[in-house]
Design a binder for this molecule. Structure first.
Ligand code: XMP
Length: 516
């Protein structure tokens, strides 16, 4: 079997908000890459053995290595500054669209142009975001492209295969950005496109088999994307030696528990133990109003139930030595710029943190190298329904934080049904993929409504839909009024006890996406 990590690109992170996006673009091209922090040592780079390095800044050590380099934005500035050029703060800051005149050709840009066919010179439409600019070229470099406000926009030292770009090739607004990155990693660095979903599946299967041998592996299946893909992958790798525990908290979306069982147990033949724990969760949550307390109760009970089940399984399987988790690459990067790659983050209670040590288990984390979009593609490759794999995120504590204040059984079903109406209408109107996350929140306050000639005091629900890239900031989604009208009518007509529907028009910040 081929080694899909053989040809690799290193991306050095100087705290640019674009670093992960660069990495995702390289992976999309079909080449494996990793992100290391800027203060990497020369030995660490040599150990990683990249075919090329992309810099969002530039530590001195990279110039000692005989490896192709691509400096982007601040990467260009530091490259120029360290190699004898000059950088100065610009009076004109440039943000957004710019047109780069191509003054001469280089391996990165040869033959490219976004200019009209009859234009006198070739040019590229790019996306800029910078204050500083390079004012004189470092030694050995040629000027390839310029804009009016940034006279040094593209530079190249073809002998050493070192290149610098003032603009951002990784954002889609730069029309030829994908081509530029592909030329760097494939043509200039000579990487083969080995990083494909099918190859990643094969590789993960082989590595998991090598890691666990004939041992059984335990997985907490939550129904979320990551644990679902882990389940599908491990099922391919080790068949019924994968044992899943699915704790149905009762706080999931309508029919979700049944759907998880249908997908995994019935269709795929995965070994899944379903624990119906709705009563226990409701009991534990009785009287709890504080959101953080509710999160704690839900998380702790989840772990308690998981441990009980693991104990039962040990009686039939003997000692289970491996616990699988859906840790993904952003978790690994975020865990304190973890150079060592050893830190583990506990994302939510579904990644049953603390358990591996307590239960004396090793970790199996087949998604550790992957970005979310890669996990999704892997899921589809493994035969999971696209609808499941491309679902909006759902918080670990589930509807427990979407019923404001105390979680009562009487609120759960109306909320589940209202949420189901909202989501299915979004899908029906092709709006589901236009929003990043959408859900209904149950407000346990009563407002007046008139039914027939009777005044009735019934509950209120809020519709929430946001658009966001990173979930750190978000805008409320401008859903069409007629659409909101349809959803509102259906909810009020079909669900007893709800007489008013409101739409949340708060951005994050200052509001958060969830209401608790
Ligand atoms: P907020 O409300 O903080 O949400 O703007 C940002 C994203 O995080 C999700 N979220 C959670 N996910 N456990 C989770 O696993 C939680 O306790 C939790 N709280 C919020 C939220 O759904 C949104 O996607």
């Amino acid at each position: 079997m081929q080694d899909i990590h053989r040809h690799r690109i290193l991306i050095l992170d100087f705290g640019s908000q674009y670093t992960q996006l660069i990495a995702r673009r390289i992976r999309e091209i079909g080449v494996f890459c990793e992100i290391y922090p800027w203060d990497v040592t020369e030995q660490e780079i040599r150990d990683f053995a990249p075919r090329g390095i992309i810099l969002s800044g530039a530590p001195q050590v990279v110039f000692e290595l005989n490896i192709p380099l691509l400096g982007i934005c601040y990467g260009l500035h530091t490259m120029a500054a360290q190699l004898g050029g000059a950088v100065s703060p610009s009076d004109e800051k440039e943000f957004g669209y710019a047109q780069v005149r191509l003054e001469q050709s280089c391996a990165l840009t040869a033959g490219l142009t976004d200019a009209a066919a009859d234009a006198a010179e070739a040019s590229l439409d790019v996306w800029m975001s910078h204050g500083d600019k390079v004012t004189s070229l470092p030694e050995g470099f040629e000027l390839i492209g310029a804009t009016d406000s940034a006279p040094v926009t593209i530079i190249a030292d073809e002998a050493r295969h070192w290149y610098g770009l003032q603009f951002h090739p990784e954002v889609t607004h730069t029309k030829q950005g994908g081509v530029l990155l592909e030329r760097f990693v494939v043509d200039i660095c000579g990487c083969e496109k080995l990083w494909t979903a099918a190859n990643i599946v094969e590789d993960s299967i082989a590595r998991t088999r090598a890691q666990v041998g004939d041992d059984p592996v335990l997985l907490g299946l939550s129904g979320g994307v990551d644990s679902s893909v882990v389940a599908a992958l491990l099922h391919r790798a080790i068949g019924d030696r994968l044992v899943c525990i699915f704790v149905d908290t009762g706080l999931l979306r309508l029919h979700e528990g049944d759907q998880v069982m249908a997908t995994f147990a019935e269709h795929m033949g995965v070994n899944v133990v379903r624990v119906n724990a709705r009563e226990r969760f409701l009991e534990a949550l009785a009287g709890a109003e504080d959101p953080e307390l509710k999160r704690k109760i839900i998380g702790n009970l989840f772990i308690e139930i998981f441990e009980e089940q693991a104990q039962l399984l040990r009686e039939s399987y003997g000692q289970i030595r491996w616990l699988a988790q859906g840790t993904i690459y952003p978790d690994v990067i975020e865990s304190a710029g973890s150079r060592t790659g050893k830190a583990h983050v506990i994302k939510s209670h579904h990644n049953v943190g603390g358990l591996p040590e307590r239960m004396n288990m090793g970790l199996v984390e087949p998604l550790r190298e992957l970005f979310k979009d890669e996990v999704r593609r892997l899921g589809v490759t493994l035969g999971l329904p696209a609808e499941m794999v491309y679902r909006h995120p759902f918080p670990g504590p589930g509807l427990g934080v979407r019923i404001l204040g105390e979680v009562r059984e009487a609120y759960l079903e109306p909320l589940q049904r209202a949420d189901h109406i909202f989501i299915s209408e979004l899908r029906k109107h092709d709006l589901y993929d236009e929003v990043s996350q959408a859900f209904v929140v149950f407000l346990p306050v009563k407002s007046v409504g008139v039914v027939g000639d009777q005044r009735r005091y019934e509950y209120v629900v809020a519709l929430r839909a946001v658009q966001t890239v990173d979930f750190m900031t978000a805008r409320w989604a401008p859903l069409p009024h007629e659409f909101l009208d349809t959803v509102s009518r259906r909810i009020i007509n079909e669900i007893d006890g709800i007489s008013r529907v409101v739409y949340d028009v708060s951005g994050k910040p200052p509001a958060t996406i969830e209401w608790e």
